[in-house]
Design a protein around this ligand. Structure first.
Ligand SMILES: [Ca+2]
Length: 354
């Protein structure tokens, strides 16, 4: 955990709870920066590898599904899913509560709504990712940019609304995250992606999420990278939302391309489903790509799928929550199947599941 001094003057919420820190769900703190150094060196022109796969779907000018992730897309039946959702997420705002985003990344051109976002770490209107390291990269620098890139690969015409709630070391204040959930809802987000978590329960966070869902927002949260069955909050609130509202918070873990639970992925009884979260090729600041691993990068695949479905005018979040689960490919990992929820996201099937 890094210094939180920049946040100290921003505390305004949670009178009844102590403020706590939440962290990014990466497999370890250095995964992003390390992966980028190796991967980006061969990919200075990010678009060049993109055109082939995009031509088979539709080109909205965004990143679209990178060929480098083809095995993951096959597993998700994304090609069929995109054909059955021809608007590709158009008109759907997806709030990314994270380390911010590289606003100038060419993959995001025309697909950001910065004005509706906010930087709660810096206390300003520009949620640009910042690197605080004097040499190399801060541990979680690029995390939000990577998450947004996954969403746009699945739903290329969706609009990302960036909220900077985590510092580049990967931690942030609960109070800021709660304000961002409320803001995202207020400014028209239909999906909120939270690739972050904490082991500490928070009634205030649960209440904010419940309010967002009640306003027609689907909330998607990563399960954590502890590798055990202690699903982190807010993902752990998924069953509570099911009980209270019928659903609306999707908790997401990571599955390997070989259909086994990713060793790092937290799974358990409060997990809704899985998506591929190992070596996902996605955007990194300064017009680069990276290879990212963690449940942080599985959750945005589900957020993207929800945006695709919503662009088909499926805006009832409780009904859509049930469809996302019902259409999943049932788990087969013999060691963990009872902790893997409904199984693996199936985008093609989701589009034909009422
Ligand atoms: Ca800023």
């Amino acid at each position: 955990m890094g210094s939180l001094s920049l946040n100290a003057q921003l505390l305004t919420v949670t009178a009844t709870e102590p403020d706590i820190t939440l962290a990014t769900s990466v497999i370890d703190d250095t995964a992003i920066a390390q992966g980028n150094t190796a991967w980006a060196s061969g990919n200075t022109a990010w678009a060049s590898g993109n055109t082939a796969w995009a031509s088979g779907t539709s080109t909205g000018g965004a990143i679209n599904a990178l060929a480098a992730n083809a095995p993951a897309w096959t597993k998700l039946d994304l090609g069929n899913g995109q054909k059955l959702a021809p608007l590709l997420g158009q008109g759907i705002k997806v709030a990314v509560l994270d380390t911010g985003i590289d606003i100038a990344h060419p993959a995001f051109a025309g697909h950001l709504d910065v004005a509706s976002g906010w930087d709660y770490v810096g206390g300003d209107a520009i949620p640009q990712e910042e690197n605080w390291a004097s040499s190399g990269y801060s541990a979680s620098y690029g995390h939000g940019t990577a998450v947004a890139g996954v969403i746009l690969q699945v739903a290329p015409n969706a609009t990302i609304v960036p909220f900077r709630v985590l510092n580049p070391n990967g931690s942030g204040r609960l109070s800021n995250i709660i304000m961002a959930v409320n803001d995202a809802t207020k400014y028209g987000a239909k999906v909120i992606n939270m690739s972050l978590g904490t082991t500490t329960a928070s009634v205030a966070l649960s209440t904010a999420i419940k309010s967002a869902i009640s306003s027609g927002v689907m909330v998607v949260a990563s399960s954590g990278n502890s590798g055990d069955d202690n699903v982190s909050y807010p993902a752990r609130y998924a069953p509570d939302m099911q009980l209270a509202l019928g659903g609306g918070l999707i908790s997401v873990g990571s599955i390997s391309l070989g259909d086994k639970k990713s060793s790092f992925s937290t799974c358990g009884l409060s997990l809704d489903m899985l998506a591929p979260g190992e070596a996902v090729v996605t955007t990194f600041p300064n017009a680069q790509l990276t290879s990212a691993t963690g449940t942080s990068f599985a959750a945005p695949m589900v957020s993207g799928a929800v945006a695709l479905a919503m662009s088909n005018e499926r805006t009832n979040v409780v009904a859509l929550y049930k469809s996302v689960r019902a259409s999943a490919t049932a788990p087969t990992d013999p060691l963990f199947w009872s902790q893997m929820g409904s199984g693996t996201l199936n985008v093609g099937k989701l589009m034909v599941t009422p």
